[in-house]
Design a protein around this ligand. Sequence first.
Ligand SMILES: Nc1nc2c(ncn2[C@@H]2O[C@H](COP(=O)(O)OP(=O)(O)OP(=O)(O)O)[C@@H](O)[C@H]2O)c(=O)[nH]1
Ligand SMILES: [Mg+2]
Length: 218
Amino acid sequence: MKIKLARDILKANDQLADGFRRRLGELGVLSVNLIGSPGSGKTSLLERTLENLGGLRAAVIEGDIATALDAERIERKGAPAVQVNTEGACHLDANMVIDAAEELDLARLDLLFVENVGNLVCPAGWDLGEDLKVVVASVTEGDEKPRKYPAIFERAAACVLNKVDLLPHVDFDLERFKRDAGVLNPDMTVMLLSAKEGTGVPEWVDWLKTKLAEKRSR
Ligand SMILES: Nc1nc2c(ncn2[C@@H]2O[C@H](COP(=O)(O)OP(=O)(O)OP(=O)(O)O)[C@@H](O)[C@H]2O)c(=O)[nH]1
Ligand SMILES: [Mg+2]
């Protein structure tokens, strides 16, 4: 009985997510769901991204258990941001994102970023109507993350490996990380990045622009 209930909830979520994805498709907005552990650097990556988007217009839906700290950081970069507090839930769902999007003028956007609640497990299974999931890992978390949390690495279109400025100071086997990630998902693009120093940010922004152009040419 409990299993059936969980299935029904997920099915309802997926239907809502599909509808939202269709709406974003009609508007030509590329939606990116950022998933990573607490502190991996999701908001820092977004701050850097917003500084480097050129003329592209972006907004951010921020998911956190509590506080509006991340949305405030995004607004300081001049982009519209909506904070969702899940009050204990370990991931966003499509309903929360659709509600939050009511606050945004979607027709004026090129990119909609969703920063999921910091967690490598729960967000992986929830479709938010995004075009792409991106897993944000960092070198301080250890190189075994793809092996230990395979679901998100299997489903992500890209992996941003953040904090590479710290590589000289941590025991992190970069080749092992890339090899394991590649075995789980050979199609996933792995980008090395430092949100602190800006390394890798142009490649990441180019990747986003390519995905936006691909979506609009379909
Ligand atoms: N050295 C270094 N520190 C970084 C980098 N990116 C982020 N940080 C630091 O890592 C900490 C967490 O960064 P956030 O961007 O808040 O991480 P987050 O993933 O958004 O965290 P939650 O929203 O709590 O899940 C902050 O102290 C950042 O300054 C980086 O590239 N290098
Ligand atoms: Mg954050």
